[in-house]
Design a protein around this ligand. Sequence first.
Ligand code: ADP
Ligand code: MG
Length: 743
Amino acid sequence: MSTRNPRTETIATIAAAKAPEPIVDYVQHPVTEVFGANVFSDTVMRARLPKATYKALKQTIDEGQPLDPSVADVVANAMKDWAIEQGATHFTHWFQPMTGLTAEKHDSFIMPTVDGRAVLEFSGKELIKGEPDASSFPSGGIRSTFEARGYTAWDPTSPAFLVDGVNGKTLCIPTAFVSYTGEVLDKKVPLLRSSEALARQALRALRLFGSPARKVFTTVGPEQEYFLIDKGFFLQRPDLINAGRTLFGARPPKGQELEDHYFGAIRQRVLAFMMETEMELYKLGIPVKTRHNEVSPAQFEIAPVFEPSNIMNDHSMLIMEVLKKVADNYGFACLLHEKPFMGVNGSGKHNNWSMADSDGNNLLEPGTTPHENAQFIFFLTAVIRAVYQHADLLRASVAVPGNDHRLGANEAPPAIISIFLGEQLNEIVTNLIEGKCEAGDHGGCMEIGVNTLPQLPKDTTDRNRTSPFAFTGNKFEFRAVGSSQSIAGAQIVLNTIVAEAIDYMATKLEGALQAGKDFNSALQSLLQDVLAESQAVLFSGDNYCDEWVEEAARRGLPNLKSAVDALPCLVSAKARKLFSTYGVFNERELESRYAIMVENYVKAINIEAQLTVTMASTMVLPAAIKYQQQVATALVNTKQALGVLAAVPAGAGSGAVDFTPQEALLQDITGSINGLKSAVDTLAAVHAEAHEAEGELIDHAVYFRDKVIPAMNAVRQYADALETIVDDELWPLPKYREMLFIY
Ligand code: ADP
Ligand code: MG
């Protein structure tokens, strides 16, 4: 009986699998009914809270007023009753530590009574504050274990929700995570702080335009890309399990070159998965809207309708969690890594971003009157200035090791941050800079307060897909964010740098007005100055081509190729000043973020290096040696059978067999085995040295990038070469042609 290799078993299982059983039923449970069913929403609160309590809570949510403890008790009780009615037994403070993931520690509502029974309780105190044993979360040195502990604090601006489990539900309360000294340990607090900073400056600017708005907030719509592969394959890949990406794998005969996957028909198993994922997300009140096949085989996208950034930040984390959870129901593994497979596209998370006011006006929507247009150009210019001044910080916000495989690899924007405006807007900006619009309306001219903008195209035809930061009609799309990343980091930077730019411009404008200048002409010359100063960041060409790299260097734009190059920007004098001025991070907080991000880089590559050594030594080498043995034995046996023990030289007398091709095969295998073994030894040695190296954390990261990664790549090269010659039956790792196509 032939023993089948596990890869073949997996393929057989997939081949034999029946169509998935329907799990969700949109007739029985229409979207409109299901949507938000698991959310302690405004509607639920209004229905369940006494009027006064509801009003007080609303004031906290809308205006950030402190919550009275007695109000919290009433809210907690209503929340508990609602949760228990739906099958919840436990609650958890749900937070977003610097791991980049979410964290939860469940407590039941149970309270034993003296008579040996139990009641279910949930107090305002428990709602407002939690004290998880937080000593094991990354703090970048802020919270040494002996020092202050961390605590979680309820964020009433993001609604509580129920997470479904097979055997019941859990009440999740979005919380901020801070140290007792008041310093931030998570991603939510700085996001809230940055939103406030932006709101303050934007409101100030809006006042100058005579706007009655009470509030400004940022809106975000992240497009999440991901891969799905069969779980059977996944479980045979220690690299996917532990590092999230394949560290080995020869290029398959077919990749994405036929362009037959993008927007292709969605397979039944995948569609079933998508529809259950959507159902789960609808229940959580997450408005997912778009689903489609992406460029790489086995790659997909899900995108929600935009929401205020704090809520979308929570929702985006939930989208990632639900994708992974539901994938399991369909025998899939969902891969969120930026580059699970070499040679095909990686995954990103395009961050669509804008600002809106309390009256529902999008501040990056051009509007129709000269006045609205002027205001639009003001905010647009602020974003341009912000990105020009702090391109390095935007780059740093997406500096995770996975993204290094993606940015600049001709599938994602380069590491050079530039802005694409579209042809018409570009012309308007150029004319503004050149002062061509002083008198009368001609073509792409914009005399502030006089001209209106031409209708700007919002469809996708005019889009430059290679730009990292593109204006798309009424929002910007920051395309460099990695698929596995929390969107918080990019939002924090964007909000803060735009706050600074608006502050700068509003101050100038106020100054000019005080000096007696007329509003429109003061604005016109301000825009001219700011745009002229920042125009180097505008680029409409192909961001993937080499000429742009040279051109960008001439323009003085930063080109921070790797995460290691980018991360130190977080602690530059410029960054320290920016973040402390707007109260987003103090120096210690900023240094801790930096330390955590550098540490994460080192840890990620460290794991990859160890996996590479282990997998090469215990999986690839043994398979190759077995095959070497087979070929050698076959060669000897054949020669023996034919009565020749020594190789017969090519072209020897008739009747003689030429063994040189087979010997060449054996030499090939042997050469690759030797190469692999030496490369593994080198990697192990280089890796061992990494931990002896002295110096700053960033020096470690540099060492990992410059020494460890190349040593890993060398191992992979030999292993991948072996994959193309070793007997398929003997190969232990699922191959690209299987993982990417068989599901
Ligand atoms: P694509 O970029 O693929 O053409 P869309 O134009 O439909 O896709 O939008 C992509 C994302 O941008 C969606 O999540 C959408 O909700 C979001 N979006 C639209 N308007 C805004 C806005 N004002 N602020 C933030 N995100 C927005
Ligand atoms: Mg898009």
